[in-house]
Design a protein around this ligand. Structure first.
Ligand code: ATP
Ligand code: MG
Length: 140
């Protein structure tokens, strides 16, 4: 098992309910190190660029509107097998299908307002980390 980095976002539904600390506590308890973090607004154009892979999907416009509707917290998480382990602890996209103990089961409001984002592959993690952070901002 090798140490990996993955990109997390705490989404606007969660920042609106002041859940950043609760989510971070769960992440740290699960062994993730938060090695970079910033709270920011995504513009509509930035949300569209981040989610460009989904641009043909029916939910793309709503998703980009949601992601630019309030602050997000972008984070770099480091752990053994971080990409897959963070996907596990996030839970299923639709909170109705999320397993007990996952972040989405505990906090998500809907399939769209599902509290957190996590990279889905090591390759995408590297790309998504560089979307938000320069090397100087990542303190491993
Ligand atoms: P994320 O990429 O945010 O970590 P994910 O990988 O579980 O989530 P994706 O299929 O990549 O899910 O979808 C990206 C995001 O788009 C979802 O997290 C959710 O906010 C939104 N989304 C996905 N499917 C739907 C849908 N059917 N209706 C509305 N929004 C959706
Ligand atoms: Mg995804």
């Amino acid at each position: 098992m090798s140490v990996q980095r993955t990109l997390s976002m705490i989404k606007p539904d969660a920042t609106a309910r002041s859940l950043t600390g609760a989510i971070n506590a769960k992440l740290e308890a699960a062994g993730f190190r938060i090695i970079a973090q910033k709270r920011m607004f995504l513009s509509r154009a930035q949300a569209e660029a981040f989610y460009a892979v989904h641009k043909e999907r029916a939910f793309f416009d709503d998703l980009c509107a949601f992601m630019s509707s309030g602050p997000i917290v972008a984070q770099v998480l480091e752990a053994d097998d971080a990409v897959a382990r963070y996907r596990d602890i996030m839970g299923a996209t639709n909170p109705a299908n999320a397993a007990e103990g996952t972040i989405r089961k505990e906090f998500a409001e809907s399939i769209e307002a599902n509290s957190v984002h996590g990279s889905d592959s090591l390759e995408n993690a590297a790309q998504e980390i560089s979307f938000f952070f320069s090397g100087l901002e990542i303190v491993g």
